[in-house]
Design a protein around this ligand. Structure first.
Ligand SMILES: Cc1ncc(COP(=O)(O)O)c(C=O)c1O
Length: 365
């Protein structure tokens, strides 16, 4: 058997440690996972009801086109159904975009510390990733523009950026979109869109009307709390969406996921509540980091990248032993850990454990 040469040495994605594994390994009864930017409040009770009701239809294939959900989401967003493509998480939409638009030798531009799935899919397609350094943890849109050439197919802008949590503003984005050649697709990943409260954050749906090369990604995994059901979506021009649809598997989103997403969309009160609680959680964590003398990037999603002034891996290990899972290992920021915002109680526990971890792990002089 001979695989494609360019996939032979690709790494397998390494997810964070699951709670059960940590409990067993460290002999802990309680473990808090603040490592994957999940919603600590779960999902809307309406979504749970919809999932249970849909279980009766588990033996029947889903509607591959997710027509009902598409129509409801289109009404909600004020766009047309033919501008929406659903995926098995927005992860899959990223993969489908790469499959439809990237071929060996093409170039694709992204930040040097951003969501890893853009690069992994570019690698799978044999495309070349051009990684432009973040400036102060924020996308350098001028630097990204300067990297565009005739081979450039896609520019990925993660907004808020994972892991730094920073945003680019509407005025910065518009300046960038005005200058990017029309043959280049700009993918704006808004997985954390619903958490953002900053007025400078772009209105991407409005911008889509003006820039046909703009594709927006969103998901039901984060504020809607449906990460395990795997449903996210892409928004774009009908011609672009049609091309992405052509490389989609026939039944890529399940009946349960579609039913849950429809019900979740109806419960905007749940969303607003989670946004408010998340903002309060961020304010609390930032205030505690200030007290501990730790710097952090301005957080606009449901996570904070904090500089622990010691190797992040060691602080992560100390927190793990105490029963909190966070995320270390960002090559650009080795002294940082990314912590997801939890419930007030989880946040307090995390801060207590962090204080101990900072004592356990000696800071280099
Ligand atoms: C920036 C960003 N985009 C996309 C995703 C993928 O989310 P999902 O595939 O669950 O929709 C994530 C998940 O963590 C993310 O952080």
């Amino acid at each position: 058997m001979k695989p494609k040469a360019h996939i032979v040495n690709l790494p397998v994605y390494q997810p964070g440690k699951p709670i059960e594994e940590v409990k067993k390994e460290y002999g802990l009864d309680e473990v808090i996972k603040l490592a994957s930017n999940e919603n600590p409040y779960g999902c809307s009770p309406k979504a749970k009801e919809a999932i249970l009701a849909e279980l009766n239809e588990a033996s029947v294939y889903p509607d591959g086109a997710a027509a009902e959900l598409s129509s409801e989401l289109a009404d909600f967003l004020g766009i047309n159904s033919d501008q929406i493509i659903f995926g098995c998480g927005s992860d899959e939409v990223i993969a489908l975009i790469a499959r439809a638009f990237l071929q060996p030798g093409d170039e694709t531009i992204m930040a040097d510390q951003t969501f890893s799935v853009y690069k992994s899919n570019a690698d799978i397609e044999g495309a070349v990733s051009i990684e432009v350094p973040l400036v102060d943890g924020t996308h350098d849109l001028n630097g990204m523009l300067a990297a565009v050439n005739d081979r450039t197919k896609i520019v990925w802008v993660c907004n808020p950026n994972n892991p730094t949590g920073t945003i680019v503003s509407e005025s910065e984005l518009v300046k960038f979109l005005d200058a990017v050649p029309s043959h280049v697709m700009v993918v704006l990943d808004e997985a954390y869109y619903e958490f953002v409260t900053d007025a400078a954050y772009p209105d991407s749906i409005k911008l889509m009307q003006k820039y046909p090369n703009l594709v927006v990604l969103r998901t039901f995994s984060k504020i809607y709390g449906l990460a395990s059901l795997r449903i996210g979506y892409g928004l774009g021009e009908p011609e672009v969406v049609k091309l992405i649809n052509q490389v989609r598997e026939p039944f890529n989103t399940s009946r349960l996921a579609q039913a849950a997403a429809k019900a979740a969309l109806q419960d905007q009160e749940f969303v607003a509540n989670c946004r408010r609680l998340n903002a309060e959680g961020i304010a609390y964590l930032q205030q505690e980091f200030d007290r501990l003398g730790l710097s952090y990037f301005p957080a606009h999603g449901n996570f904070i990248l904090v500089n622990v002034q010691r190797p992040g891996q060691e602080v992560f290990q100390s927190l793990l032993r105490q029963g909190v899972i966070v995320r270390p290992g960002f090559s650009r920021y080795p002294d940082c850990i990314r912590v997801s915002v939890g419930t007030p109680e989880q946040n307090r526990t995390f801060i207590g454990f962090l204080e101990k971890a900072l004592g356990d792990v000696v800071a280099p002089v």
